[in-house]
Design a protein around this ligand. Structure first.
Ligand SMILES: [Cu+2]
Length: 125
């Protein structure tokens, strides 16, 4: 299991929640599921999906064998709720992802400004 390009959306200082995005690549031969997450900046961390502009909680995010699942604005994301302190651009958030089979994976996600509209694709490399 490999997690690539994690980032957290910068929100105004009075915002109580934000979202984290990343690409999760399952390099194994067995399907796995992301079942839980936590972070060092939020009291509550949930797995969410966006459907028709509305967010809802999901129990797990499936990552089929050999496939990459992208958590991105307008789709699946890790929701960071009840932020303990205002987030600053450039700061790094430590997110712990818990997979059913692969166990815990920690990632360092930099805080970045959102990329504007949800259909705008940004190529960072
Ligand atoms: Cu959400």
């Amino acid at each position: 299991m490999e997690v690539k390009d994690p980032w957290v959306r910068l929100v105004p200082p009075n915002a109580k929640a934000t979202a984290a995005y990343m690409k999760i690549e399952n390099k194994g031969t067995e399907a796995d599921r992301l079942v839980d997450a936590s972070s060092n900046v939020s009291k509550i961390t949930e797995l969410h999906e966006t459907v028709e502009g509305k967010m809802r909680r999901v129990k797990a995010i499936e990552v089929p064998a050999g496939k990459t699942v992208e958590l991105k604005p307008g789709g699946l994301h890790v929701m960071l709720i009840e932020l303990k302190e205002p987030l600053k651009e450039g700061q790094t958030v430590e997110i712990t992802l818990k997979f059913e089979k692969s166990g815990e994976i920690k990632v360092q996600a930099p805080i970045k400004k959102g990329m504007g509209g949800m259909h705008h694709h940004h190529h960072g490399h």
